[in-house]
Write a protein that binds this ligand. Structure first.
Ligand code: TPP
Length: 325
């Protein structure tokens, strides 16, 4: 019989596989022009969201920027609803009206999917304020990229969170680039985590290619906040293998740099850790990988067969009173 902890880790590996296989399919469908608009892939960063979800409770609030497919999948949004959203179909998680950057799933406490860099950080503070005001012991997990930390909204949000001692973890997914601009060219700090010091918020650095480190360090932070509400800042160092979006050839970085991170792949690393400990055979890995691929493929079929939203729905959810407002 498997111990609960090791069963969970194998499940978490499966979740990382699902995210990767889903996005590989999404990329293929984008290239086949089945998906329109922007599409930003998360491939390479999977251990960040899966480690975070493993550290938090399902009813903790989660909010993120536009690179959001993995955040919804990790929280439990169905791959069918995620793929259908990319296809702009009515069965999508935002009824086909949001697209890649605006996933939303209230049932799983995944509150977006936000396209404006840094704009959702104050929303996270509002969510944390609400849970404190209602005397709930929920923690808000707010994810953003390194590009967000020089936005005014980010600074205002951190200041208020610290003043009000709000239960929120600011999680910077530092993948070294904001579009084609490297962190070294945009940020006047040796390390991003030092931003938090200016607001008297405790900060931690985490290796984002290592699932276990993400889960363990975030568990400590989240549980401490639950006992004693306050904000915390976590800089998670990670890397995206693909370009910023589907149309980016990523010529601003070297092949050697990409290769260095690919050699440290989060899925390969957790697989090797589990195999070394006798908790995962090659056959079991292959079975789980095939299941992830099958699920991703089935989500494409589901999306293709779903209906488009009717034209008269075009302005719904955009303006309060619809097109006539
Ligand atoms: C306020 C604002 N300015 C500019 C943009 C254009 N833009 C889209 S993504 C992006 C880079 C953001 O990078 P980062 O926050 O590091 O996230 P990552 O892409 O690495 O996940 C920029 C500048 C935007 N969406 N919003």
């Amino acid at each position: 019989m498997q111990q609960p902890e090791q069963r969970d880790e194998v499940e978490m590996l499966s979740l990382m596989l699902l995210i990767r296989r889903f996005e590989e399919r999404a990329s293929q469908q984008y290239q086949a022009q089945k998906i329109g608009g922007f599409c930003h892939l998360y491939i390479g960063q999977e251990a960040v969201i899966v480690g975070a979800v493993a550290a938090a409770r399902p009813d903790d609030y989660l909010i993120t920027a536009y690179r959001d497919h993995a955040h919804a999948l990790a929280r439990g949004t169905s791959p069918d609803a995620c793929m259908a959203e990319l296809f702009g179909k009515v069965t999508g998680c935002s009824r086909g009206l949001g697209g890649s950057m605006h996933y939303f799933d209230r049932e799983h406490h995944m509150y977006g999917g936000h396209a404006i860099v840094g704009a959702h950080v104050p929303l996270a503070v509002g969510m944390a304020f609400a849970s404190k005001y209602r005397e709930e012991d929920r923690v808000t997990l707010c994810f953003f990229g390194d590009g967000a930390i020089n936005q005014g909204s980010f600074h205002e949000a951190l200041n208020l969170a610290a003043l009000y001692k709000l239960p929120v973890v600011f999680i910077c997914e530092n993948n070294l680039f904001a579009m084609g601009t490297s962190v070294a060219r945009s940020t006047s700090l040796k390390q991003i985590v030092d931003r938090a010091e200016g607001y008297d918020i405790p900060g931690t650095v985490v290796d984002g290619m290592n699932f276990r480190e993400v889960r363990d360090k975030l568990s400590e932070v989240v549980e401490e906040i639950r006992r004693n509400p306050h904000p915390a800042f976590v800089e998670i160092r990670t890397y995206r293998y693909r370009g910023h979006s589907m149309s980016d050839p990523a010529s601003y970085r070297t092949k050697e740099q990409l290769e260095k991170y690919r050699m440290d792949d989060p899925i390969t690393r957790l697989r090797a850790q589990l195999a070394r400990e006798g908790k995962l055979t090659n056959e079991e890995f292959d079975r789980r990988d095939k299941a992830a691929k099958d699920t991703a493929l089935a989500s494409v079929k589901f999306a293709e067969e779903s209906e488009e939203p009717p034209l008269e729905k075009l302005y719904d959810y955009t303006y309060v009173n619809g097109a006539g407002a």
